[in-house]
Ligand binder design. Structure first.
Ligand SMILES: [Zn+2]
Length: 343
């Protein structure tokens, strides 16, 4: 059973929350789930059951990067400042709760953690973050693409879109990119899978290990779950990768999101797949070191030895190998707060 709640971000952008209910009444309060760039909240479909069975009231957020919303240019800063505070307020208003937990992935994690560290989400108790948060570290070839490819692409295109592999577009540039990716990637027969690797990382494939996916997940689900991602995102991510931490240029946010102590009392569990070829596991290691410097022993880091990026949610064995870590991370709000200067 699910219920959709339409709401607006704080700059007026229409967004969507979906409340997923299981067979039992929730006993643990609301949990907000934020997807990555150019996908949608359906990436969490395997996690919803375990969350509701554990007693969580599950709220799937489709923020401005969702392919379920009209395509638009967006930046990480806009999502941090306008989307997540409004989403948290909406969930609290809908549920009557005064605190909530969150599971956040990739750019959903980056933007949520930017808002959290900036003090914009004081109602958040616990966070489980996958892949990357405040310190993006990418493979060498991705650095080249961000530095040289993005300026070139921005003259030719407004966005990249792995669904070109399923629906060839009429324009020349997307057709050339798709043909090149087909010629250079031989890891499988799924052109969307290959375009995902080219768009988001450096690997064959970059976002998952093929051996972690069922044929149905690889052949039937993934081709329909990727859509446009704007060049405006890659521009800000490129500047942040070069700086080694998230950089903003928007009034209301710090310019450097890791310059000072994080303004939150949330307990944070960071996950990273050892085989992630989109954001290297050093991304989460650096954010953990940053968090630990300001609150020693308070936060947790798990490197998942057999996982990549999105197979942390889409893999065939995640119910056994990953989800117990997520459920344990969400229940960490009972321990005493210990961050200097924050309650
Ligand atoms: Zn593939």
């Amino acid at each position: 059973m699910s219920r959709v709640v339409q709401f607006r971000a704080d700059d007026g952008t229409p967004l969507k929350l979906t409340n997923v209910r299981g067979d039992r009444e929730p006993t643990l309060g609301p949990v907000l789930l934020a997807h990555g760039a150019g996908v949608r909240s359906t990436i969490f479909h395997q996690l919803c059951g375990p969350l509701t069975e554990a007693g969580w009231d599950v709220w799937l957020l489709d923020w401005r990067a969702s392919i379920d919303l009209p395509p638009r240019s967006w930046t990480l800063s806009e999502a941090a400042l306008f989307d997540h505070p409004a989403a948290v307020r909406t969930v609290l208003a809908e549920t009557g709760a005064d605190r909530l937990a969150a599971v956040v992935h990739c750019q959903g994690s980056v933007t949520f953690m930017m808002a959290l560290a900036a003090g914009l989400l004081p109602e958040v108790d616990t966070v489980v973050s996958n892949a990357v948060s405040l310190h993006p570290v990418v493979p060498a070839w991705s650095r080249v693409k961000l530095r040289a490819g993005v300026p070139l692409m921005s003259r030719l295109l407004t966005h990249l879109d792995p669904s070109w592999g399923r629906r060839p577009p009429p324009e020349l540039t997307p057709r050339v990119i798709t043909a090149l990716v087909r010629a250079l990637h031989h890891e499988c027969d799924n052109t969307v899978c290959k375009l995902v690797s080219c768009t988001y990382g450096s690997g064959f494939p970059a976002l998952w290990r093929h051996e972690n996916l069922t044929p149905e997940m690889h052949d039937d689900f993934i081709p329909h779950e990727f859509g446009p991602v704007p060049i405006s995102f890659f521009r800000q991510m490129g500047a942040s990768v070069r700086a080694g931490r998230l950089i903003s240029n928007l009034d209301g946010l710090p310019r450097d999101h890791a310059a000072g102590p994080p303004r939150t009392d949330a307990r944070i569990t960071l996950l990273a797949g050892a085989h992630n070829r989109c954001f290297l596991p050093d991304s989460q290691r650096r954010t953990h070191a940053f968090l630990d410097r300001h609150a020693p022993g308070r936060h947790t880091l798990h490197i998942l030895p057999d996982y990549g990026h999105l197979d942390v949610f889409l893999g065939r064995d995640v119910h056994r190998e990953v989800f117990p870590l997520i459920l344990a991370g969400l229940r960490r709000q009972d321990a005493p707060a210990a961050i200097d200067g924050v309650r």
